[in-house]
Design a protein around this ligand. Structure first.
Ligand SMILES: Cc1cc2nc3c(=O)[nH]c(=O)nc-3n(C[C@H](O)[C@H](O)[C@H](O)COP(=O)(O)OP(=O)(O)OC[C@H]3O[C@@H](n4cnc5c(N)ncnc54)[C@H](O)[C@@H]3O)c2cc1C
Length: 439
């Protein structure tokens, strides 16, 4: 059996996790079991894959294993933007090659429909709102991005509204930004509440084991997975554990575990809400890729997300969290001078999985091993649709969406170490510096 070198261990203070409804995690696995399908990683992708496998293979047992608690990993740590539009940060206009953009748009809209139907069917209280998103700019570089993005959206035939500086406070309270481009299709969610709810409403033939890390693996006619108290034998293994798939021997040196960080305030009181003004909820993403994401949540907290670090072992340190917290305080003070006494209650980091060419992986990794991996920071919609369609494909379906994902370019190879770390760290430092006030 090969040992899994890196296991997830996220920090405790994730605001979304603590402010969503408490639930009792499903028991950890003890002893040896066998199943036709075993899905590793119960984030957005794994939950979507396991749900659909359960529905498509009603007579089979599906096992879903998660190293931590559901809602505690990256899928419960993100900023909650379920984005419909392509978000190609590798291209000047965020839209990129038009045919791929059209496929991405269709897939991501399909993902939104899946999320909405899971929420509606199972009555999941995750603050789902058709709020749209503001892409906001202050620096010349950010303003130029909005111009290109505008032409990209026109090429794609998608609607947008430009909102100028003097009108923005009516929307967002803050008068910090010079211009914003509003697109109506984004859905906002409380991410931890959504994944907790999705985990507690899986089909009856799906068994979820939480706090069960897969620590070793043996590939063969059947795949044997080791955990702390025994083994699981799988006819087919489905990997939905993002960058940790490299530890299972796949896409080695092609995935980049990049951490990003967020802080969340305590709820604003009525006086503070009046001092802020603007709409009661909103979400802002930065025009500059290294800028700051913001949300005003339905429970009247403000969320600030920025800062990125390259953590090849899949863990962030206290020093990373401290630096990110200091940046969050500065970004908050720049934007909300009218709320000087509102402190952050939570600060956390989470691992995204990026690739240098911004491509995802979908399909067969080895005989009897499949994966939907590397969401490139857009996992709410991309992970959901990737997991769902992987299950459909395993059930024998072929359609335009599946063919597009199977035939798409895969994550490209990275240069070897130490070149890789030097290059990625330099890029992150430079990018964050160039974001200027947008950070
Ligand atoms: C701060 C932040 C903000 C973000 N904002 C957004 C946003 O607004 N919109 C958006 O779309 N995306 C956003 N993202 C990215 C998004 O969260 C990810 O793309 C998404 O979580 C990917 O989902 P996933 O299920 O593929 O992987 P993950 O969420 O990473 O889930 C993989 C799971 O696998 C488990 N696992 C790993 N190894 C093992 C093992 N050996 N055994 C068992 N389990 C294992 C992990 O514990 C984890 O729970 C953000 C990310 C961060 C960190």
């Amino acid at each position: 059996m090969s040992t899994i070198k890196h296991l997830p261990k996220d920090n405790l203070a994730c605001g979304w996790y603590h402010t969503s409804a408490k639930r009792t995690p499903k028991p950890a696995l003890t002893g040896n079991i066998a199943a036709r399908f075993v899905v590793v990683g119960a984030g957005l992708t794994g939950l979507a894959a396991a749900r659909q496998l359960g529905l498509r293979f009603p007579n089979d047992e599906i096992v879903l294993v998660e190293a931590q608690e559901v809602g505690f990993g990256t899928s419960g740590r993100n900023s909650g933007f379920a984005i419909d539009l392509p978000h190609d940060v590798g291209s000047d206009d965020y839209i990129g090659e038009i045919n791929s953009a059209r496929h991405q748009l269709r897939l991501q809209k399909q993902a939104q429909e899946i999320i909405k139907s899971v929420v509606a069917e199972h009555n999941i209280d995750c603050g789902l709102e058709h709020a749209g998103k503001y892409q906001a700019a202050i620096e010349p570089e950010g303003l130029a991005v909005l111009e290109s993005y505008k032409s990209g959206l026109e090429r794609l035939g998608e609607s947008y509204t430009i909102i100028e500086q003097d009108e923005l406070p009516q929307h967002l309270g803050t008068s910090f930004y010079k211009r914003a481009l509003f697109t109506p299709g984004t859905i906002l969610i409380q991410p931890s509440a959504y994944v907790k709810g999705a985990a507690d409403s899986l089909p009856a033939n799906v068994t979820l084991y939480e706090n069960t890390a897969i620590t070793s693996v043996d590939y063969g006619a059947k795949v044997t997975l080791g955990h702390a108290h025994g083994t699981i034998q799988a006819d087919k293994l489905v990997l939905t554990n993002n960058a940790f798939a490299s530890s299972f021997g796949f896409l080695k040196n092609r995935l980049l575990p990049i951490f990003t960080y967020a802080s969340m305030t305590r709820p604003l009181n009525e006086e503070e809400q009046a001092a802020l003004g603007g709409k009661s909820t909103w979400g802002i993403i930065p025009a500059h890729p290294f800028g700051t994401t913001l949300r005003r949540t339905p429970d009247n907290r403000l969320l600030v997300r920025n800062s990125m670090t390259f953590n090849p072992n899949g863990k962030c340190t206290d020093a990373h969290l401290k630096t990110a917290y200091q940046r969050h305080v500065q970004s908050y003070q720049n934007r909300f001078p009218m709320l000087p006494n509102v402190e952050f209650e939570y600060t956390w980091g989470g691992a995204m999985c990026l690739s240098r060419n911004h491509m995802t992986f979908f399909g067969e990794l080895a005989p009897n091993v499949y994966g939907s991996l590397c969401c490139n920071g857009l996992g709410i919609t991309r992970g959901t649709i990737g997991g769902h369609l992987l299950a459909d494909w395993l059930a024998g379906d072929r359609n335009e969406s599946i063919d597009y994902l199977l035939n798409a370019e895969k994550p490209c190879a990275n240069p070897p170490e130490p070149l890789l770390s030097t290059g990625v760290n330099a890029n992150l430092m430079l990018g964050q510096r160039k974001a200027g006030l947008e950070a």
